[in-house]
Design a protein around this ligand. Sequence first.
Ligand SMILES: *[C@@H]1O[C@H](CO)[C@@H](O)[C@H](O)[C@H]1NC(C)=O
Ligand SMILES: *[C@@H]1O[C@H](CO)[C@@H](O)[C@H](O)[C@H]1NC(C)=O
Length: 473
Amino acid sequence: MASSRTFTLLCGLLAATLVRATLNPPAVLMLGPEIIKEKLTQKLKDHDAIQILQELPLLSTLREEPAGGIPILGSLVNSVLSHIVWLKITSANIMELQVQPSADDQEELIVNIPLDLVAGFNTPLVKSIVEIHMETEVQATISVETSKKGFTISSCSDNGRSLHISLLKKLSFMVNPLANGVMKLLVPALPKLVKSQLCPVIEVAFEDMQEDLLQMVEAPISVSNDHLQFDLLSSAIKGNIIQLNLGAKLLNSQGTETKRFSESAASLTIPTLDSAPFSLTMRQDVVNDAIGAFLPSEEIAIMLDAVLPELALRLKNSIKAISEKAAAQLGRTQIVKILTQEAPALLLNKGGAKLAQLIVLQVFASNEALRPLFTLGIEASSKAEIFSEGARLLVNLSGISPDRLRVLNADIAQFDPIMLRNIAEDILIAALQPSQNGKLSHGIAVVIAEALGLNDSTVYVEEDGIVLSADSS
Ligand SMILES: *[C@@H]1O[C@H](CO)[C@@H](O)[C@H](O)[C@H]1NC(C)=O
Ligand SMILES: *[C@@H]1O[C@H](CO)[C@@H](O)[C@H](O)[C@H]1NC(C)=O
C-alpha cells in the first residue's frame, strides 16, 4: 500500500518536473553579440566614458597610494613625484568592444573594452611634455539576474593581462629614469583607477541599455484596432547570445486586456541565430490571435446582379439545377450575404500557412425577401502568405477553398450542397477575400525590430510559430 502511494507520488513529481521542463514562452527575442556591442558602445558615449577617462586623477592617485607601504617604493614615489609638475591623460580612446561567451560558465557573457590612453607629464628637467602610451582592457561580465528577470554586470575590472605601458617617444638620459619611475607607479595605479572610475560608468551604461531594450520590447504593437504587447518573463544567456523570454497580451482599443498568453506546454521551435543580428520567434497562438484581430466577425451584403453580373448568372444556373422554381424567383435585386462569425484559425506548417474560417453564405431572392432561399455553412481555408517588409509582418490570403459545406436551412427542396461548391468559392474569392486582404494590408509593425534598426528581414514559418529574423548584413 505504502509503496504504491510512494510510486504514485513519484510519478506525480516526475510529471510535474517534465511539464515544467517543457514549458515554452509565447515569444522569444534573441539578440546577437553585434547588437549588444553596438548598443553598449553607444551608451558608453552617451554617458561620457571618454571624458571620465580624460579626467582620471592620475597624480593624486599616485600621491595617495604610496605603493602599498613598501619602503623602497615609498621613497621612489616621493623622489619621482617631487619632479613632476602635472600628470594627466592627454588622449583617451575606447577601441572596438568584443562580446564573447564565457569560457567556464554558460550563463555569462564577457564584454572586453580595450582602452588606448596617452598620459603626459611635465617636469622642470625638460621643456616638452613627456608622453606615456597606456593600453589596457576592461573586462565586464554580464550575468542573468533572476530576481530582476534581466541581466546585470556581475564583475568589472581591468583584466591585468593586457596592460601595456611604454614611452611614446625616446627621451634624453636626463628624464629617462624619471619616466621609468612614473611608468612603474602607473602599473598598479591604472587598473585601480579604471576599476574605480570607469567601471561604474560601464554599469550605468549597461543598465541604461537594458532599460531601452525593455522599453522597445514592451512597446505596444498595433494589430488593427487592438494592441499586442510583450513583457519580459525571464532571460538567459546562450553562448554569446542574449535570450529574452517574453509573455504577451492583447489589449482592445480601450486598453483593456482581452487575452493573456503565458508559458505553456505548446511547442516552440527557436532556430539558432547563426549570423543574424537578432530574431523574434512568436508562438502559434500569439500569431493566430494577432492576425485574428484584423478579421473580426463581419457581414457583407452584395447585390450580386449589379456588382458581379457574371457570377449572378452562374449562381442562377446552379440553382436551376436544384430547383427551376427557385431560380425563377431570383430578381435583379437578389442579395448574397456573407457572414464570418468566429475568429479564423491559423494553421502553420513548415514552409506554409493556412487560414481556416467558418463562413455563412445566404442567398435572398430579392432585396425585399425576409427569408433566404437557402443558407450554407462553409468551412473554408485559404493559403496565408506570411512575409515581411522591413520590420512589418504581412499576411495575404489567396484562394478560398470551401472544404466542407452544409445546408443550414433551405426554402427550396433538399439538395446536395456540393452542387454549389464552385459558385460559392468564386463568390467568396470575389467578395470576401479583397475585403479581408484590405484589412490585413496594414500588417503588424514589429516595434522591437524597427527599434533595432531592422531594414531587411526574413520570415520563417515553423509548425509551432513564426520567426522574424534580421538578415545579416
Ligand atoms: C494577395 O493575394 C491576392 C490574391 O491571391 C493577389 O492578387 C495579391 O497580389 C496578393 N498581394 C500581395 C501583396 O501579395
Ligand atoms: C536602413 O534604412 C535606413 C533608411 O530607411 C538607412 O538610413 C539605414 O542606413 C539603413 N540601414 C542599413 C543597415 O541598411
